[in-house]
Design a binder for this molecule. Structure first.
Ligand code: ADP
Length: 854
């Protein structure tokens, strides 16, 4: 139907590519539009145009679809006006008025009747060309083909124009964007020459903010960038830039510039060289940012970092120099943050890795009662738990070397500005020495008090032994020298009752003796302390005298021993032994050392002094008693010869009167005189003895040495004593060599023999007395033996002392001076005197003298 027909092909259009750039439509896609009054005419035309192989749309002039068909931009509009030129003109005018038809070439087909005027009318409408009848199909196709070609070219041109337009718009957009970006980047953007002083051919607006100069100041060469670079940084910038250029690599620089106002700023530059076709650098392009604030912040950060580092170093240095140990833990974990060398030195091992409170249980702190501290009982843990300071606490610490130290620990919290617990600091010190000194001081003070409290030194010493445990050892024993030279265990103390028993059993099984090479006997003999820091099994084996002894020694569990002598005024009379034993009290050391030795020796000195004082006191008391006895005996002894002397003198006086009257008897006179002389001799003997004592006391006992015969002296004195011996019923035997010559003081020698013989007679109980002299090489020996009352062991030593007597003054006279004087004389002559005696079985006095002495 005319006006509504439409070719099935889609209307020609410029197809769009997915990229939006557009593309030229296929020529066949742009239809030819045939408009004419007669449909069959149009069909004929279509047929004629078929060889062009181009789509054709056909429409009648009054078709309603014409507008739409024109919108499809037909490649050529062919108006068939062969039937009516006027209708054709009108149709063409109407079609060309349509906006989509403005550039469509219009080809008129006219009839035979078309004249020149018609053609002019047609061209006036805008007709491009006219073909009049008779239609030549070839000309028609050529012309239509030409319009199709023209349309194709126009389409290409339009597309090119469209693309150019799009490219221009994109370029404008890019430029706009670039300007926006360059105007808003925080630094300046530049293009410069490649050589110093780097003149800028482009500088973004930010240049003004950065340098104080406008972009024009640079582009018009009023200033160059190189002039702004700080002189100190310029050489480095130059060098780095040259290197970047040489290696064709981008460069990054940091340096200072001086702004127009002279202000110094730090800048960061990143750029690259633009290379020409010859690979030569033509220009530099890049960004420059003001990093002054960053730099200042960085410098501030560095300063703070340095300060922090300094503070840290200072803290470390203070920590290390502190005399106390310090351990710092993080809150709330308890992780170890810091500690000093003293901490490790006091604990005796490296600090242990602690990341939490539970880890504290790796340490070896113990309560004073020996219980191990639980992790949460450590002072740091307590502060972590409570946030409160933990005041001074004394704890023991079991070191890996086996010693136990006393530690005084303080711990306190450190809070941050918001009051949150941040760290806990614990400080501790080793007060073992202080504690020990305190213990020792208290111990010595208390012992001194005990020692001073009584003169019963045995009980006092036993008390000291008890008191020494456990301060000075797990065990303590005291051995004293008996008068007969044996040792007696006076007291034993031990922290362990079982071991105390073993110690006593040990003393019974193998009593210490003065001859021992080690132990209390040796200490007493030598007067020197014996310290065995470590008692080893090997030592025990060497020391033990038999299997039982070894077993007992092992049973004591002794690990270290210390034996000190009790020594006073050149005499060692006992030994105090101290022991550390396995499983004893927890201690700083299980081995005795110099400090314990000093303390023990101090204690022993005090004890010995106390013992000596007690002895001196006793001796003083005895001396007083002796003196009193002596005075009473002396007065009696001196009076004894005076009474008979008085009687004799009265009798002598009567006899003299009688003799004067001639009635006297000369024999009686002589007898009285003899009696008086004997009493006077006795008196002078007593007085001589007293003089001798005072001489000896003053060191004035002088000897007059001459050639003397001891045998002769004995014979004479024995002869002199014979009557007296006979009087008491004793037979006096003089034996041995009659002549033993030597060089002695004869009178003193007589005195010695006299004293010994008179004692033998006096205490000889009327039994025989043997006196004997013999020569023994360069020595002479005098032995006086009786079978009398004898002497008790206790008195044996002391009877040679001044005023010493071993008999009751009721039964025996005597001043107790004879043996004292005798010993003094014998010793003055370089000899010795000793006595062997047993009560009731007599006594033997032996004098040994060198035969030659000057
Ligand atoms: P005295 O004048 O008292 O005898 P001595 O010094 O001679 O003084 O003797 C001291 C003491 O020694 C005597 O008191 C006596 O107890 C004891 N003594 C001395 N000789 C003997 C002896 N032969 N037998 C027993 N006792 C003796």
């Amino acid at each position: 139907m005319w006006g509504t027909h439409r070719e099935s092909q889609p209307p020609p259009a410029l197809a769009s590519r997915p990229d939006g750039t557009g593309a030229v439509a296929e020529e066949t896609a742009c239809p030819l539009l045939l408009v004419g009054e007669q449909v069959e005419d149009l069909a004929g035309l279509e047929e004629l145009l078929a060889p062009l192989e181009h789509p054709v749309h056909k429409a009648v002039p009054w078709s309603e679809d014409l507008g739409e068909l024109l919108d499809a931009s037909p490649a050529c509009l062919i108006v068939d006006a062969r039937r009516s030129w006027t209708v054709g003109i009108e149709t063409a005018r109407r079609l060309l008025a349509h906006p989509g038809a403005r550039y469509i070439p219009v080809l008129f087909l006219g009839g035979h009747s078309c004249g020149e005027a018609d053609l002019l009318r047609g061209y006036a409408v805008g007709t491009v060309d006219c073909i009049l009848e008779p239609l030549s199909p070839d000309i028609l196709r050529l012309k239509v083909g030409m319009y199709l070609e023209q349309h194709r070219r126009q389409a290409l041109m339009r597309e090119a124009l469209e693309r150019a337009g799009q490219a221009e718009a994109a370029a404008r957009e890019s430029e706009r964007m670039l300007r926006t970006l360059l105007g808003n980047v925080p630094g300046m953007v530049y293009r410069s020459t490649t050589e110093e002083p780097w003149a800028l051919s482009y500088a973004s607006q930010a240049t003004l903010v950065l340098s104080g100069y406008t972009p024009e100041d640079f582009t018009q060469r009023r200033v160059t960038w190189g002039e702004l670079i700080h002189p100190e940084d310029a050489p480095r910038v130059r060098e780095e830039m040259q290197e970047a250029l040489a290696t064709r690599s981008p460069f990054t620089l940091t340096y200072r510039i001086r702004t127009r106002t002279g202000e110094e700023r730090w800048v960061w530059e990143r750029g690259v060289a633009l290379l020409g076709p010859d690979e030569e650098a033509r220009a530099l392009e890049g960004f420059i940012f003001d990093i002054t604030p960053f730099r200042q912040a960085q410098q501030e950060r560095e300063r703070l970092h340095e300060q922090l580092e300094f503070e840290h170093q200072r803290l470390q240095s203070i920590l290390q120099q502190l005399p106390v140990a310090v351990h710092i833990a993080e809150a709330p974990s308890g992780r170890t943050l810091n500690f000093n060398a003293q901490a490790e030195s006091i604990l005796g091992h490296p600090m242990l890795p602690c990341t939490c409170v539970k880890d504290y249980s790796q340490y070896h702190a113990i309560h004073p009662d020996g219980r191990r501290l639980a992790a949460e009982e450590y002072p740091i843990a307590r502060v972590l738990a409570t946030g409160k300071p933990h005041p001074q606490q004394e704890l023991l610490y079991d070191r890996p070397d086996g010693s136990v130290r006393v530690l005084l620990i303080n711990a306190g919290p450190i809070f941050d500005a918001r009051g949150r617990l941040q760290t806990v600091v614990a400080s501790f010190m080793d007060i073992t020495a202080l504690k020990r000194a305190e213990t020792h001081h208290t111990f010595l003070a208390s012992v001194s008090e005990t020692l001073a409290s009584s003169l019963d030194y045995e009980a006092t010493l036993a008390h000291v032994v008890q008191r020494a445990v456990p301060d000075l050892g797990d065990g303590c024993a005291l051995d004293m020298v008996e008068p007969d030279g044996s040792l007696r265990r006076l007291a034993v103390a031990h922290v362990d009752p079982v071991r105390r028993e073993i110690s006593q059993e040990l003393a019974r099984h193998c009593p210490p003796r003065l001859e021992d090479t080690t132990g209390p006997g040796a200490v007493i003999r030598t007067g020197r302390t014996e310290l065995v820091a470590e008692v080893t099994e090997e030592l025990l084996v060497r020391y033990a005298s038999d299997a039982r002894h070894l077993e007992l020694l092992r049973g004591t569990g002794v690990t270290s021993s210390l034996i000190v002598p009790l020594h006073a005024r050149d005499r060692t009379f006992g030994a105090l032994a101290f022991f550390y034993c396995r499983g004893g009290q927890p201690r700083a050391s299980r081995h005795y050392g110099r400090e314990e030795q000093r303390l023990a020796e101090d204690l022993a000195r005090r004890a010995a002094l106390a013992v000596d004082n007690a002895r001196l006191y006793r001796e003083a008391q005895r001396a007083v008693r002796l003196r009193d006895e002596f005075l009473s005996v002396a007065s009696h002894e001196l009076k004894t010869p005076l009474t008979p002397l008085n009687l004799n003198l009265s009798a002598l006086s009567r006899e003299v009167s009688r003799s004067c009257s001639g009635a006297g008897h000369p024999e009686a006179l002589q007898r009285h005189v003899d009696m008086a002389r004997r009493q006077l001799w006795k008196l002078s003997t007593l007085l001589n003895a007293l003089f001798d004592v005072s001489r000896i006391a003053q060191g004035r006992l002088t000897l007059e040495v001459t050639d003397t015969d001891l045998g002769e002296v004995l014979g004479e004195v024995a002869a002199w004593f014979s009557p007296e011996a006979a009087r008491v019923g004793s037979k006096l035997w003089v034996e041995g060599e009659p002549h033993v010559p030597g060089r002695w003081d004869r009178l003193r020698l007589e005195q010695v023999v006299t004293n010994l013989l008179s004692n033998a007679i006096r205490y000889g109980a009327g039994r025989p007395i043997h006196a004997r002299v013999e020569a023994r090489g360069d020595r002479a020996r005098l032995v006086i033996r009786d079978e009398g009352i004898g002497i008790s062991p206790e008195a044996l030593e002391r009877i040679f002392g001044k005023f010493e007597r071993a008999v009751s003054d009721r039964h025996y006279g005597g001043l107790g001076l004879g043996l004292y004087i005798t010993r003094s004389i014998v010793e003055a002559m370089g000899g010795t005197i000793r006595v062997d005696s047993r009560p009731g079985q007599g006594s033997t006095f032996t004098v040994e003298l060198p035969r030659r002495q000057e």
